[in-house]
Design a protein around this ligand. Structure first.
Ligand SMILES: Nc1ncnc2c1ncn2[C@@H]1O[C@H](COP(=O)(O)OP(=O)(O)O)[C@@H](O)[C@H]1O
Ligand SMILES: [Mg+2]
Length: 357
């Protein structure tokens, strides 16, 4: 188990990269640290690995603080975006390397045996005698992960390990990583800025922005129950529609529609909503075409066919809105289409971006 308590990092230039971050990771879980570039993901990994020293707070492995423990004694496997393999060594030598140096080094023959066991697990046995320079990006990353695992670390840290791979390979290797870490049973922190990648492989996702955790939750909850506007916008593709609305005397008004508030089931209101300015968040799949009781009718500006889905683009007041319909619904550019919302799936955010419904 990894506990991060009130973890802070202020760099020498006074930049506050982490503002009192708290989270717990259960043994054997695969957790994604997700967030936009610069939000502090790598800083957290480097603090856990001991490559950076925290300004405040604590990091505990199985209940014991490790902040005063040397990096080499923390028992961590670290994999970076740029494989960082030794170019002059063969794959086997690269994988064996961590076992043959330092205080805990073991005999060459024994190291070879352990390395080969892990190489079988990651399907790189046949690359054993090759040099890294002759391998594809995906193969190099498999070697880097194998090298991180041979020491049987307590924690595996992966910092954007798939960023240098092409899209198809990324899908394949992320599935392999999930299978592998579950097979080995190792506690894993996987850093990515790709929400789809995080949703597809994680037991839990910690979504960050500007050094602050926005939500630490099961993948589906980030989509279905976002804490705030940032989370709602970061998760989901195409991005959620956000419409400025006014709530007054039991009605939600927008320049092109008015919705009685009782259409939103009361029970989901997180707190009493006073009259004022809000943002209605509605995902593209919850903007539905309708043949009766339309909320509004509008002209479709453009249509994109993506896989089995058709994306309808139109403008509402000055906001661009997307609706996703199935491929069977044949709607052309310029068509006048009537829409309604799926109210029970909508979100309402206050002026601070916090979700109230
Ligand atoms: N050594 C440093 N000195 C000053 N600022 C830094 C240093 N390292 C990182 N930062 C800043 O801290 C923020 C978080 O960086 P990082 O953890 O690398 O972000 P991420 O991995 O989420 O992209 C960024 O704004 C980055 O510019
Ligand atoms: Mg980073």
């Amino acid at each position: 188990m990894i506990e991060v308590v009130g973890l802070k990092k202020v760099f020498d230039n006074k930049f506050e990269a982490l503002k009192a971050v708290d989270f717990t990771i259960e043994k054997g879980d695969l957790v994604c640290l997700l967030g936009p570039s610069g939000c502090g993901k790598s800083t957290i990994l480097n603090l856990i690995a001991g490559l950076l020293h925290p300004t405040g707070g604590d990091i505990r492995f199985n209940g014991s603080s490790v902040v005063k423990t040397e990096p080499k004694d923390r028992n961590i496997g670290f994999v970076f975006q740029n494989y960082a393999l030794y170019p002059h060594m063969t794959v086997l030598e690269n994988v064996m390397f961590p076992l043959t140096v330092g205080e805990k080094k073991i005999k060459k023959a024994e190291a070879k045996q352990i390395a080969e066991t892990y190489m079988r697990l990651t399907n790189i046995e046949e690359l054993s005698q090759k040099k890294p320079g002759t391998l594809s990006g995906g193969q190099q990353q498999r070697v880097a992960i194998t090298r991180a695992l041979v020491q049987n670390p307590e924690v595996l840290l992966l910092d954007e390990p798939l960023s240098n791979l092409d899209a198809r390979l990324r899908l394949k290797i992320r599935e392999e990583i999930r299978r592998l870490v579950k097979e080995v049973g190792i506690t894993t922190i996987f850093v990515t800025h790709d929400q789809e990648e995080a949703l597809s492989i994680s037991d839990k996702i910690i979504l960050m922005n500007e050094g602050v955790i926005q939500q630490n939750d099961d993948p589906q909850n980030l989509y279905l129950e976002p804490n705030n506007q940032f989370v709602a916008k970061f998760i989901g593709n195409p991005i959620i529609n956000m419409l400025p609305v006014t709530i007054k005397e039991g009605q939600m008004t927008h320049p092109v529609f008015t919705i009685p508030l009782d259409r939103f089931t009361d029970i989901r209101f997180k707190k009493l909503v006073p009259d004022g300015q809000y943002t209605l968040g509605i995902r593209p799949e919850d903007v539905l075409t309708t043949t009766q009781d339309a909320l509004f009718t509008t002209q479709i500006k453009s249509v994109e066919l993506i896989g089995r889905e058709r994306i309808l683009n139109f403008d509402l007041a000055d906001k661009h809105v997307k609706s996703i319909v199935t491929i069977e619904e044949i709607i052309e550019e310029g068509a006048e289409v009537a829409f309604d919302f799926q109210y029970k799936k909508a979100f309402i955010f206050d002026d601070k971006g916090e979700r109230v419904y």
